[in-house]
Ligand binder design. Structure first.
Ligand code: UGA
Length: 434
């Protein structure tokens, strides 16, 4: 099939590359010409495991191309995915200005029947709204062309996005039988025949996305709250999570206590979901509290650091990790960044190391030290904070760390080390819920 993807961020690029790998003809469109120039050379503007290799492969097989020309992209595709950003606005809602712009471009250049697919996370009612924008553009041109707008939210997590594309469920929300059939064919073809696919209406599909992210974030805030009790009474949250997750009705995933959730999705999606509920005259109960508990987790961790180093003012603290989780260069709404900001505000001196996210964090911390590796960051420090659960941090030489530190204080915000071993090695060690 001929496909266009508008927006070459984490969502659009992965979808584009994966459809192209499946043999479809894909055009990726972005207004950012610098990004397009990089992509045309096979260079990915973001770090995502396996993405650059996949892009290079698809470029050489001719199944993917990149452009800033919306006419070219719209005219040459039957299916157009909108995957532009929907960042949070000042009211906590999704900012739909890029989405509007994309819909207008589609209406302006539409030449024959098209299926427009809302891929980004957008509030309920967006498919209808997009339809209205396109209809207006067509009217303005005096054109009468049939089109369908459907909702097909993405469920990819950064760091495992390519794998998720092949294994995650597919939700297709459509009011049109024809569009639903074509999208179903697109996803259910070949090796994906056994993919879990839910066919529904557009509004339900739009809600599924927000409800999923809110449910996952709710689990995290729940387990983080339980971790506080574990700490108070001397229980172990790691074992509690395993025990709770052994119940098949609950399952083991998303029960890892830590510094709280971050990233470009959960924080903004939960705020937007709350705002949608309010707009519809509904009272929030549990959803409202998710973020509050998440924030508290950071404050409690800060208190732990303060307690360990007896006041952070003037203390040199190494922060390992800036990304919001491992395997990504994304530092948006990162708990690592947030806690670092609290530490700096209270007068701590920070040195950072992250395997992939340092470039993205340099603009946030222009005056701080970005070390060449973890040992370099730790050298001469009063305390070490583990803020992201990168695999390479788990393999650090702990004896070497101890010898490099001024004081052997470690706060493990991701529970990557064993408390018993750390104490045996002579560290003053605090972690989460243990
Ligand atoms: C999330 C969802 O997992 C995806 O299904 C969804 O498609 C995506 O948002 C989106 O809406 O685009 P992502 O934000 O990439 O994906 O990352 P997650 O793996 O969900 O992690 C979110 C945060 O929760 C991270 O800060 C992570 O460290 C934290 N987390 C996750 C925990 O603290 N404990 C856990 O057990 C799991």
């Amino acid at each position: 099939m001929n496909i266009s993807i508008i927006g070459t961020g984490y969502v659009g690029l992965i979808a584009g590359a994966c459809f192209a790998e499946g043999g479809h003809k894909v055009i990726c469109l972005d207004v950012d010409k610098e990004k397009i120039a990089l992509l045309q050379k096979g260079i990915s503007p973001i770090y995502e495991p396996g993405l650059e290799e996949l892009l290079k492969k698809c470029i050489s097989s001719g199944t993917i191309s990149f452009t800033s020309d919306s006419k070219e992209a719209v005219e040459n595709s039957q299916i157009i995915f909108i995957a532009v950003g929907t960042p949070q606005n000042e009211k906590g809602e999704a900012n739909m200005c890029y989405f509007k712009e994309a819909a207008e471009q589609i209406g302006k250049h539409m030449n024959e029947y098209k299926i427009i697919v809302d891929k980004s996370t957008v509030p309920v009612g967006t498919a209808e709204w997009v339809g209205g924008i396109i209809e207006n553009e067509l009217k303005r041109r005096g054109a009468r062309i049939k089109f369908d707008v459907i909702s097909n939210p993405e469920f990819l997590a950064e760091g495992s996005a390519i794998e998720d594309f092949h294994s995650e469920r597919v939700v297709i929300g459509s009011e049109s039988e024809e569009a639903r059939k074509i999208l179903h064919e697109l996803y259910a073809a070949g090796e994906n025949e056994k993919k879990k696919i839910l066919l529904t209406d557009t509004k339900s599909a739009e809600i599924i996305k927000y409800a999923s992210n809110s449910m996952l974030a709710l689990r995290l805030s729940f387990i983080n709250e339980v971790s506080q009790l574990c700490e108070k009474v001397g229980a172990n949250i790691e074992d509690v999570s395993i025990g709770v997750g052994m119940d098949e009705r609950i399952g083991p995933k998303f029960l890892k206590a830590g510094l709280g959730y971050g990233g470009s999705c959960f924080p903004k999606d939960i705020r937007a979901f709350i705002s949608t509920m309010k707009k519809n005259g509904l009272k929030n109960g549990v959803i409202d509290r998710i973020e509050e508990v998440n924030q508290r987790q950071l404050e409690l961790t800060f208190k732990k650091i303060e307690q360990l180093v007896r006041g952070v003012k003037g203390k040199k603290i190494a922060v390992l990790g800036l990304a919001f989780k491992a395997n990504t260069d994304d530092a948006r709404e990162s708990p690592a960044v947030k806690i670092s900001k609290i530490l700096l505000k209270r007068g701590a001196l920070l040195s950072f190391f992250d395997p992939k996210a340092m470039d993205n964090a340099k603009s946030i911390f222009p005056k701080e030290i970005f070390a060449k590796d973890a040992y370099d960051a730790i050298s001469g420090c009063d305390a070490l904070l583990i803020a992201t659960d990168w695999e390479e941090f788990k393999r650090l030489d702990l004896k070497k760390i101890k010898s490099l530190m001024k004081e052997p204080n470690v706060i493990d915000g991701r529970n990557i080390f064993e408390p018993k071993k750390m104490r045996e090695l002579g560290f003053n060690y605090l972690s989460i819920g243990r």
